[in-house]
Ligand binder design. Structure first.
Ligand SMILES: *Cc1c(COP(=O)(O)O)cnc(C)c1O
Length: 418
């Protein structure tokens, strides 16, 4: 593609004139470009594709739904795909989240969660508005989602629009200072909610922390009546080795955000699931207490049909076995790469493996990511390092040959910048 296109790409500096591949079709873990290349999608098209591209069961469900109902107002109207999906989600997700609110992206699922939390306190006549967040978090790119995420170069221009939050330090090797900070912040009594990415912080650099810390944080919030919001937009749908990351800590949040893998990564759909108490706080004969949020494509029937097919795959196929097998293979790759002197902080969470590239010269740091990205693409592998962090987060259908090709691309990439 030349840069004469009118398309303005996200997170892309057009001024650098970098090539923009044009993809014509995809299957499984492979993307096919208009110049005849087969490129391995080793980051699941930015963390969304779970079972693989163009999954036959999901595509078939979409085709069938297009024959029936395309779109419907969802304020006070309903349709079968949404009803089936909501019931299926309540069934498959942790007990205690009996209400399903639809939206259309991870960011809006987070906005909805924040609004539900504040609405809960408002409607109970005990207005609490302060939100606690974890350092290095990412929750999306809308104003509210940015407000609860890490501040940096990517949101500096918009800082004036972002609301103030309380930041809990990332739980390092010794998590106690982080737990103490959460306890102290919750004790202040003005906190509405704590929002967190369970076990794995994505955009913040693929940082991991153990389930025991997640469980402890949940317990602290419960003790102080602070609502616990789990943003499983990226970690959900098997990414961390279990359906939800929260499961590994035996944690049920008050509010759960799901998007990306909800449709197997095929269509834009999100849900925010809520506890009985959150729903109850909005349940009334008083219209001013209803939940004031909607977007045009809320619970779009075709997207819901895709999500229902994803749920069927989860219920009928050995998805967790595939995830375990892939995780083991990726773990072996990471173990081999960790032998290198230029590979530091190796880490794994289910089907995500990551490491940092050791760089002597800090000024060189910013250039490493783009240089590696270019090298990987030349090797027919789509990888997009975060700064000097290289990570792999592939679809669960990745073959052994593709794993080997990814490892070879990383090895030669590291050699090329050594
Ligand atoms: C991607 C992501 C989001 C935002 O989802 P979008 O669908 O891109 O709006 C929110 N939270 C987390 C943890 C994410 O990884």
């Amino acid at each position: 593609m030349t840069d004469r296109s009118p398309v303005w790409h996200p997170f892309h500096q057009h001024g650098l004139g970098e090539a923009i591949p044009l993809v014509t079709h995809a299957e499984g873990a492979a993307l096919y470009t208009d110049d005849g290349r087969r490129v391995i999608d080793a980051i699941s098209s930015w963390w969304v594709t779970t079972h693989g591209h163009n999954h036959p069961r999901i595509m078939q469900a979409v085709r069938e739904q297009t024959e029936k109902l395309d779109q419907l107002i969802f304020a006070g109207w309903t349709h079968e795909p949404a009803e089936t999906l909501a019931r299926g989600l309540v069934e498959i997700m942790p007990e205690g989240l009996p209400h399903v609110f639809f939206s259309d992206s991870g960011s809006t699922a987070v906005e909805v969660a924040l609004k539900m939390a504040l609405g809960f306190w408002h409607n109970r006549g005990e207005p609490r508005a302060r939100v606690l967040v974890m350092e290095h978090s990412y929750h999306g790119d809308t104003i509210g989602a940015m407000s609860v995420g890490e501040r940096g170069v990517f949101n500096r221009a918009y800082e004036a629009l972002l609301f103030d939050v309380g930041t809990i330090p990332f739980p390092a090797a010794d998590p106690q200072p982080s737990l103490d900070a959460l306890e102290a912040a919750c004790a202040a009594g003005d906190v509405a909610a704590f929002i967190i990415e369970p076990l794995l912080l994505g955009a913040g650099g693929m940082l991991t922390y153990p389930p025991s810390v997640l469980a402890e944080m949940r317990a602290i919030c419960a003790r102080h009546g602070v609502l616990f919001i789990a943003d499983e937009v990226m970690t959900g749908w098997g990414r961390t080795g279990t359906l939800l990351a929260c499961e590994q800590a035996g944690v049920t949040p008050d509010i759960l955000c799901l998007a990306k893998g909800l449709t197997g990564g095929t269509m834009p759909l999100a849900v925010t699931m809520a506890s009985e108490a959150i729903y109850d706080a909005h349940y009334s004969t008083d219209r001013s207490k209803m939940f004031f949020h909607s977007s045009s494509f809320t619970a779009n029937p075709i997207c819901c049909a895709a999500a229902n097919a994803n749920l069927a795959i989860w219920c009928e196929e050995p998805v967790l076995d595939r995830i375990a097998a892939l995780s083991a293979r990726l773990g072996n790759v990471l173990a081999r790469l960790s032998q290198r002197d230029d590979v530091t902080n190796p880490r794994q969470c289910g089907t995500m493996v990551a490491f940092d590239v050791a760089v002597g010269d800090e000024g060189y740091l910013a250039e490493i990511g783009p240089r590696l990205r270019e090298h990987f693409y030349a090797q027919d592998v789509l990888l997009r390092p975060l700064g000097n962090t290289v990570y792999v987060m592939p679809p669960y259908c990745l073959s052994e040959e593709d794993v080997a090709q990814i490892e070879a691309a990383i090895t030669s990439g590291l050699d090329s910048i050594a």
